[in-house]
Write a protein that binds this ligand. Structure first.
Ligand code: NAD
Length: 428
């Protein structure tokens, strides 16, 4: 059993320290990159539909913006803490650096549960969040995006509030906007698709055809859905998907050995990525405990839900048949579990690379919004494929050359790029 409660920021710092040791980073650079450069913690009072005022906690953390404006999601989650946001901001710094886009690392959030909030209440939270941060956000400073339980609609309310405060139009203020309102074609599917581009490359490296593989996925929200869709399109079979069930406050795994039917499952999924348990059973899916997704005899595991899902407590339950683990979620694997995965010789595609398609396409959206000129979907997905494939190949090449595992190779590339930029600017 893990002795300490899970702290994502400590995990992110430990991952960084490991590479800082390997690179023999000087003391000042190490200390500088261990902590965020800016943090905001604030309250958002909202008059609820019943007339009472409820106070929500909001956050925005900029870990590092040496390579360009901060970039990172906003998450609405009942268990949101400043340490999760710090970790996510730090991971964004490395993620932008490894796919080599000129952006820094930020993240934000609000401790709330949209399942229990009306649309009007959610709008007030979005507007309140922007009001608190209006001076510290903007296309040239820090650019938010959607994440867990935030959607294009939330981004649009935030954009509207920002433009109202500034009195001018700033389409590049935020990404993940609706198409036709400054959003980019392809953004919605970019994280899941980007993930499958990296799975495709890993399969090539292992000499396996996608048609000969089966996958099990945790999470059926934005990332999970699009990953499943493209994986099936390239010939793979998905046999199980686990997600959170709000009614029962538990997660369940839905399995069909012959392969899940995407459209069928999607039609019984709510906007939060929750699958209707009773309807799934009616459609012939086996309903298993949530953790069963990890124990399947499949070739590929895709954690695409939340952090801290593959731990010392369950890592040994992963089948010997598994060849690839592709992290759609941020921080799904603890460092202790990661060690065992490396020892078991499974091909890990770590989060910083596997889910970087989202921020890459957000970058494309920002470029288009700043020009106020929009590209076609094929052009965007083509550019995304090139970026993801190039990043995958550079990481793999370095991993082989320096005999590093994939995660260490990613950190190696990213930390060198960021540390060098800090030196070049004379910051450390
Ligand atoms: P989402 O809110 O759209 O979907 C989350 C999914 O996870 C839902 O299906 C939910 O039911 C499931 N889930 C939540 N808790 C669970 C649990 N305990 N057990 C099983 N399933 C659970 O979120 P998303 O945007 O798809 O993000 C998923 C992950 O991917 C997060 O870690 C996020 O930070 C990361 N990510 C998202 C993007 C993006 O563009 N949306 C980009 C990069 C990384």
């Amino acid at each position: 059993m893990s002795a300490q409660p899970f702290n994502p920021f400590k995990m992110a710092q430990a991952q960084f320290d490991h590479i800082a040791d390997l690179l023999d980073l000087d003391k000042a650079t190490r200390e500088f990159l261990q902590y965020p450069i800016r943090e905001h913690q604030f309250t958002i009072p909202v008059r609820m539909d019943d007339g009472n005022v409820q106070i929500f906690r909001g956050f925005r953390v900029v870990h590092n913006d040496v390579r360009g404006p901060g970039k990172g999601g906003i998450r609405f989650h009942p268990l949101e803490t400043i340490d999760t946001i710090r970790a996510l901001a730090m991971w964004m710094t490395w993620k932008c650096a490894v796919v080599d886009i000129p952006l820094g690392g930020s993240y934000g959030g609000v401790t709330c549960d949209p399942h229990n909030l009306s649309m009007r209440e959610q709008e007030q939270i979005c507007r309140g969040w922007v009001r608190q941060l209006a001076k510290d956000l903007g296309p040239l400073m820090d650019v938010p995006a959607p994440d867990i339980m935030t959607s294009a609609q939330h981004m649009l309310w935030m954009l509207d509030e920002f433009e109202t405060i500034r009195g001018e139009k700033y389409p590049g203020f935020i990404t993940g906007k609706p198409i036709g309102m400054g959003g980019s074609q392809g953004r919605k599917e970019s994280t899941g698709f980007g993930l499958i581009f990296t799975v495709r490359e890993a399969l090539k490296e292992l000499g396996i055809r996608p048609e000969d593989t089966a996958a099990s996925v945790q999470g059926f929200g934005n990332v999970g859905q699009h990953a499943v869709k493209l994986f099936q399109q390239i010939g793979g079979k998905v046999i199980s998907i686990s997600c959170w069930d709000q009614k029962n406050q538990a997660s369940y795994c839905y399995r069909k050995e012959s392969g899940i039917n995407f459209d069928e499952l999607f039609s019984i999924t709510d906007i939060f990525g929750g699958i209707n348990k009773d309807k799934a059973a009616e459609l012939g899916y086996e309903v298993l405990p949530g953790e069963a997704w990890l124990e399947q005899d499949v070739d590929i595991l895709i954690p695409a839900a939340v952090e801290n899902q593959i731990t010392l407590d369950n890592v040994r339950k992963i089948s010997n048949k598994v060849k690839i683990i592709a992290e759609g979620a941020n921080g799904p694997t603890t460092p202790e579990a990661d060690k065992i995965i490396v020892e078991r010789n499974m091909f890990m595609i770590p989060d910083l690379l596997a889910n970087a398609g989202g921020v890459t396409c957000s970058y494309f959206e920002q470029v288009q919004s700043n020009m106020n000129y929009y590209w076609e979907r094929d052009e965007i997905l083509g550019k995304l494929d090139v970026k993801m494939t190039n990043a995958f190949m550079s990481v793999l090449e370095l991993a082989k050359k320096k005999k590093l595992n994939m995660r260490d190779a990613i950190y190696y590339i990213a930390v060198i790029r960021v540390a060098q930029a800090c030196k070049d600017r004379g910051w450390v």
